[in-house]
Write a protein that binds this ligand. Structure first.
Ligand code: MN
Length: 511
């Protein structure tokens, strides 16, 4: 149990140095947390091991795995940053500090700010690897959520559903998105969870009963068409994803055709099309449900052929045909059900692009980030890139091509992110404001009554003047007084039209 070999074995061809590095982090974390226990009574180290192992499983390199082991050392057992730097280098320290920083971002269930918090989350992390560590950290916390107090449970589960799962989704880590959703679902919507679970159980029982026969028919048809090198597998739809789809389809489960999906995994692109031919000769496809994502990959790089067929007693079944490589990406990388839906449904296209774009700075101009700090180390930036999974690099490259396109230019102009600052209320809600916004803008954004009675403002606990420019991550607190009211000077300090409108209206009433 919790043996470092279980992690080493997951890696493909690790070097001696890799093994030594990971083992060093393993041993260090085990020692540092030796008197530290989880709420469940288990050794805290178990949590670190689960996080690190998850990172290995989705294909992260030794640096990120080591950071996974060390991610709670600074905050929980007071290891000093200097100590980590000395033993594991700048890069591991950078990742550990990134994860520690992200820990202070909390979602308290204000729907209005959900998207802003997701963006802030990615912006704060600076490096996509930090986000990925945090996702695996969260997965293990969700797996052990029952030991946490009921109140906290709900908050954490909701945060997982609203912030973490969508981020996993937009990163294309379909498997993780699904796990996070299904772990959080029962805590956030217990009743809906129960109902959906029953529905799915029944539908699955029916589909699985006929599955062996269906697979046999399918395999026979493929072999008859001289397709010999293939394998099949199936997946049952995730509970939360079914729940969301039921909501869209008026709760009619008979309208959902992908409760069971059968996958045919072949060895070449050519074979994908040949297999599709075989399938359509065997079973009649539902018109309009044939999708060629090989010729037209989704913007996030997902490739596969999809078709839904009438398969006799099994009813309608979705068949997904892909190569091994496409399959790997669909799980760990680019594709997932929700994200391509989001991308395809017109209006949300831009936001999907924006997200990938936001990941870019952490990949492309790594040198920039380093040189900004003073001492660029080329070796470090190269190894940083080597540690990034191939699919993320490819996503970044695909994005660079997209930048040429007109559509992308439009999206870039409307780039929300680079022209906004994200600040917090003392309760941890995120308020997003235009760049150069002042505490006055903040106050009116929270509520006009607060704006109309500002007597002072605190930023990060210190009193500041009302024309202070807010910056990312500031915690802003407004001091109000019943007798306080807007002055004409405020009009110059305010950046948002919302604030200006309110100020003018009060000033006019005064006259
Ligand atoms: Mn943790």
């Amino acid at each position: 149990m919790s043996d470092v070999k279980d992690i080493i074995n997951v890696l493909s061809k690790p070097s001696k140095e890799d093994v030594a590095f990971i083992t060093k982090a393993y041993t260090f974390a085990k020692n540092a947390h030796k008197d530290h226990f989880r709420k469940s009574g288990e050794l805290y180290f178990k949590h670190l091991f689960a996080t690190a192992k998850g990172l290995a499983e989705i294909g992260m390199g030794p640096t990120t795995i080591a950071a996974g082991f060390l991610h709670d050392t600074i905050e929980d057992v007071h290891v000093t940053p200097e100590d980590i730097r000395k033993k594991f280098g700048d890069e591991v320290l950078f990742l550990v500090e990134g994860v520690t920083k992200l820990g202070s971002l909390k979602y308290r269930g204000t729907k209005r700010h959900t998207e802003a918090l997701r963006k802030l989350f990615v912006a704060t992390s600076q490096d996509v690897r930090v986000v990925i560590i945090k996702l695996l950290d969260r997965r293990h916390n969700m797996q052990t959520l029952e030991y946490v107090s009921p109140q906290k449970r709900k908050r954490i589960a909701l945060e997982t559903l609203e912030i973490y799962a969508p981020i996993a989704d937009r990163l294309g880590i379909g498997r993780l998105k699904r796990e996070l959703e299904d772990l959080a679902f029962p805590y956030v919507y217990p009743q809906e969870y129960e109902e959906t679970r029953k529905l799915l159980e029944e539908a699955t029982r029916h589909a699985l009963k006929h599955l062996p026969k269906l697979l046999k028919q399918l395999q026979k048809a493929l072999v008859k068409d001289q397709l010999v090198r293939f394998r099949t597998e199936h997946r049952v739809k995730g509970l939360y994803s079914l729940y969301k789809k039921l909501e869209r389809k008026g709760s009619d489960i008979s309208k959902i055709h992908d409760i069971l999906a059968v996958r045919i995994i072949v060895t070449s692109e050519d074979d994908c099309y040949r297999a599709l031919g075989s399938v359509h000769r065997l079973w009649k496809p539902i018109p309009g449900k044939i999708k060629d994502y090989i010729a037209f990959p989704k913007p996030n790089g997902y490739r596969s052929l999809h078709t839904t067929v009438f398969a006799g007693q099994s009813g309608t079944v979705e068949i997904q045909i892909r190569t091994e490589d496409m399959h790997r990406r669909a799980q760990y990388g680019i594709a997932s059900h929700f994200s391509y839906k989001a991308v395809l449904s017109g209006g949300r296209r831009e936001s999907a692009f924006e997200w990938i774009r936001q990941l870019l700075p952490s990949l492309r101009p790594q040198q920039q980030r380093l040189s900004a700090k003073g001492a660029p180390k080329h070796k470090r930036s190269e190894s940083a890139l080597a540690d990034v999974p191939k699919w993320i690099k490819e996503m970044a490259e695909a994005q660079e091509e997209l930048e040429e396109s007109e559509h992308f230019l439009k999206a870039a102009k409307a780039d929300f992110f680079s022209h906004r600052v994200f600040v917090f209320t003392p309760h941890g809600d995120v308020i997003d404001l235009p760049i150069d916004a002042s505490p006055i803008d903040f106050a009116y954004n929270v509520h006009s009554d607060i704006g109309n009675h500002i007597s002072g403002a605190k930023v990060n606990g210190k009193l500041v003047s009302l024309d202070t420019k807010l910056t990312n991550g500031d915690i802003v607190e407004i001091v109000t007084k019943e007798s306080a009211m807007p002055s004409p000077k405020w009009l110059e300090m305010a950046k948002t039209t919302l604030a200006k409108r309110h100020i003018r209206s009060v000033l006019q009433q005064e006259r």
